[in-house]
Write a protein that binds this ligand. Structure first.
Ligand SMILES: [Zn+2]
Length: 235
């Protein structure tokens, strides 16, 4: 009985010492104070992904990159192989800027009209080219015009790429006004929206700074598709 009490007392003393050591090491090593940090708010910070298709574009890609950089925003560029072949340095610039590169096939054809072999060639040849130029393997694939069938999805997946469509289109290829593009996006945006825009449209370029400013005002972080899938910005 006495032995048991002694064991209990020793156990409590040991625990108290252990706790003190833990606390002192935490307070000396830890300079970060998490007492007021709202983890829930941080983890739930709403994000949107801007995506720019059909580039690299001879003039607009650099301008889009500059706007994104100035605003501290990131986006995803779905590039077309025949454009990459013309402007490989622009693809390198996209990669170097920390924006994401997605596969938008080599010739930008409607994949539902092609044979499985042709679909594979369209996806694979662009993937190989992107890797050659940037050293990176695209994680996402977007079918031109959003045209796909089960075959297309399977072939992309076999190639290690997930199909990524969009939840809001800016309809920018119809060349609407800047005001239309902004309203269409801002009135429909929600957490994890994926916004479709294009690299070669003047109105898109003019709408972009306004869109970024207003999306930020609404509390959204502008992230790449990978970051959107992983729950938030990496930096
Ligand atoms: Zn396209």
């Amino acid at each position: 009985m006495t032995k048991n009490i002694l064991r209990l007392v020793l156990g409590v003393v040991f625990l108290v010492i252990l706790l003190q050591v833990q606390m002192s090491s935490f307070s000396t090593a830890g300079t970060t104070d998490f007492s007021n940090f709202n983890f829930k708010e941080y983890l739930n910070k709403p994000c949107v992904a801007l995506t720019f298709d059909d580039g690299p574009h001879q003039i607009f890609t650099q301008e889009i990159l500059a706007i994104l950089k100035a605003a501290g925003a990131k986006a995803t560029f779905f590039v077309v192989g025949k454009q990459v072949k013309l402007f490989p340095d622009l693809l390198k610039d996209i990669a170097a800027s920390g924006n994401e590169i997605g596969n938008h096939t080599y010739h930008h054809l409607n994949l539902t009209t092609l044979s499985p072999q042709e679909v594979q060639e369209e996806i694979k040849s662009n993937e190989v080219l992107i890797k050659q130029v940037t050293g990176m393997d695209p994680r996402y694939f977007r079918p031109p015009g959003g045209h796909y069938n089960a075959n297309v999805v399977d072939i992309a997946r076999e190639d290690g790429e997930d199909m990524a469509l969009w939840s809001i289109t800016s309809n920018d290829t119809d060349r609407p006004t800047v005001d239309y593009i902004c309203k269409r996006v801002l009135l429909n945006v929600e957490n994890k929206s994926i916004i479709l825009m294009h690299s070669g449209v003047q109105q898109t370029l003019e709408a972009l700074p306004i869109l970024i400013r207003e999306l930020k005002k609404k509390g959204f972080s502008l992230v790449t598709l990978s970051e959107l899938d992983e729950g938030g910005p990496k930096s």
